[in-house]
Design a protein around this ligand. Sequence first.
Ligand code: LLP
Length: 426
Amino acid sequence: MDFFNYKNGELYCEDVPAARIAREVGTPAYVYSKATLLRHYRQVADAFKPIDATICYSVKSCGNINLLKVLADEGCSFDVTSGGELFRSIQAGGDPKKMIYAGVGKTDAEIIDALNVGIAAFNIESEAEIENIDRVAASIGKTAIGALRINPDVDAKTHAKTTTGRKGNKFGVDIDRAEAVFEKYRHLKHLRIAGLHLHIGSPVYEIQPYVDAVMKAQALIDRLTALGHKIEWLDLGGGFAVNYRNPTQALPVTEHAKALLPLLKDKPYKIALEPGRYIVGNAGILLTQVLYRKSSGSRQFVIVDAGMNDLIRPTLYDAYHFVWPAQPRPDDVLETRDEDRKPADGEVVDVVGPICESGDYLAKDRLLPRTARGDLLAVFTAGAYGFAMSSNYNNRPRAPEVLVNGSSYRIIRRRETYEDLVALER
Ligand code: LLP
């Protein structure tokens, strides 16, 4: 559930009309709802409270420091995956001593920065990285703490580009080699490997892959314990899916918790989670305006002012984002966002952007209310991996980000200017 609803015939974010934001800030624009962000964070935190799990918001999904601050103030920890994300999270007031540093290709400089700010732990992806972290930590006289990322070889049944827990993916160490790795690196002087990490993919719509992964990890922990290794925490990664297509597409996190808590309770190790999408996915929309209409062959195109540089998920993953006018005709005012919703006066269109690529679309073959130049469209569930993956392709200044809180809003990242585009090239 989120706080993007149609009231008085038009779309509101909390108590602010989307059209008002578009008028005052321009389009395209990302609009976030603070209440939705908090609601989803609290859902996750509450669901896993019985086992006192540490929730590390995955900063890569949407990293505006203002959003991070909202979460940090709630007691949320962070999962960072680059020096930039670490910097950003500290700027937001996050405590590095509660942060986890992940990523398959950490540089020496990034490792040093993370050690110097006292990062809680590294999620480590390979034997080569183990040796390097030990060496780098020694060079600055520190001792690092890490979790070994294992590849549990389970099928998360998600898009090929975002599945991460199968044999042959670049992530982690194959689970059947984990004991040998723990044995080999038992006595490092500057790195203590005390945890296990896994992340099976994103978005994951089913419970069973998590259950399978946890059971495999726990069997491994038993074997490691028998070998005399003390595992202090198990990090289950992120991946919980959200409702892109209809209100019941994704399981509420409580359902995941219901399946996982019995497996995880009363264990001598802590549990960590790294959700990104579940917390921020439905907390953000992209507002865009219709520029033109045209047809080619039998296809109708609605050309809007947001493109694949603003939201690349449809292009990159064939991702579905629900799209609807922010100020529809009275018959088409929306009660629930459902891909099966038939407009009173509809047409099948491709909603495309201004970028010089045929892959530049936000929606394809979509039955939408008929729209005209100047109409405002909302692209929903764009909070996660929306702005975060946006770029300046075709030299388009990136969209602003706006945070709504009740009946007011604030620009939390201004629209880029043409000067910004060339600023680093002088
Ligand atoms: N932990 C690790 C190690 C990850 O690699 C990821 C996401 C997460 C946590 C957070 O996953 P989440 O809870 O947000 O699903 N750009 C793609 C998704 C890529 C996910 C990358 N890793 C998309 O737009 O669907």
